[in-house]
Design a protein around this ligand. Structure first.
Ligand code: SAH
Length: 278
């Protein structure tokens, strides 16, 4: 096969590329990310970056793990940012690889601000965020004309690690579809808050774990039962939670399931409660 023509923007020594690695499937990388992987002098990567993505870098490119997973000892954010500065000052091309998109709940903004303060040139390469790519791999559209004209993307905990700083009642009223990152730990409380804010206990919910990887699992449930159903399953983080009528379209759009023999419903819209808001 011929090598595709990569748009080879310059990756100067002494600079950092803050790069989205997507949710897992290496096929979801951008061409800029691939170019970065091939030309970096060092790769600093997060826990959510898949092995398949890292495998695209030459075997002898040094890799530094800067993983942060809930509950486990991990490098402090400030240390990671300073490490990027240090490597760039050594004249290296530093590929900072982050799961999904670096500017979506990934603290990429904080790292970039450190680079700005320290005068390190950088480039941001967006990636497919789990809340979009993960849903697509589960066969759930983020929007559909008949179900929702708006989406809220939200983190399941605030800067303190708790859910209390988030106005869940406002979130409940805000958009017909909610895409919640980092939600498993507090799912029970989030569901209770959303129902208190007016969302129906029967509202469809899906959890997509390890989206776009060979370990992808999807659990379909409803708001009133979602925490108990997750508890009873062996579903593991990372997972995206999606709340809303779009979940019902999955029975017609689960293309990944179809490739493994699932028969798709050609008329999933007959199941949805339509959004009458215009
Ligand atoms: N910057 C990332 C998000 C980092 S926050 C992005 O844009 O996707 C970490 C959260 O992202 C996880 O707790 C989970 O909710 C979600 N996530 C990341 N990768 C995922 C995957 N492959 N499958 C499901 N959820 C994922």
């Amino acid at each position: 096969m011929n090598e595709p023509l990569l748009p080879k923007v310059d990756f100067p020594p002494g600079s950092v590329w803050l790069t989205g690695a997507g949710p897992g499937d290496a096929g979801l990388l951008t061409l800029h990310a691939l170019h970065g992987l091939r030309s970096a002098d060092v790769i600093v990567y997060d826990a959510l970056v898949s092995d398949d993505v890292l495998a695209l870098a030459p075997g002898d490119t040094p890799r530094e793990y800067a993983g942060k997973r809930g509950g486990k000892p991990s490098p402090k954010q400030a240390d990671i940012s300073l490490r990027l500065v240090q490597l760039a000052r050594q004249g290296k091309r530093v590929l900072r690889l982050k799961g999904g998109d670096p500017f979506v709940f990934g603290r990429g903004g904080e790292e970039a601000l450190t680079l700005v303060r320290e005068g390190i040139p950088f480039r941001v390469i967006p990636g497919v965020t789990a809340g979009i790519g993960g849903l697509a791999y589960a066969g759930i559209p983020l929007t559909h004309r008949d179900t929702n004209h708006a989406v809220t993307m939200i983190t399941g905990h605030d800067a303190t690690g708790d859910v209390t700083g988030i106005d869940w009642k406002a979130v409940a009223k805000g958009a017909p579809v909610l895409v919640i990152y980092m939600a498993i730990k507090h799912l029970e409380r989030i569901a209770v808050e959303l129902m208190a804010g007016g969302r129906s206990p029967d509202e469809p919910v899906a959890l997509v774990s390890n989206a776009s990887t060979p370990d992808q699992r999807v659990l379909e449930t409803v708001l009133s039962r979602c925490a108990a159903d997750v508890e009873a399953s062996d579903l593991k983080p990372p997972a995206i939670v999606v709340v809303g009528e779009v979940v019902k379209l999955r029975c017609g759009l689960d293309w990944l399931g179809a490739s493994a023999g699932r028969i798709l419903d050609p008329d999933p819209l007959s199941r949805v409660r339509r959004d009458e808001t215009g």
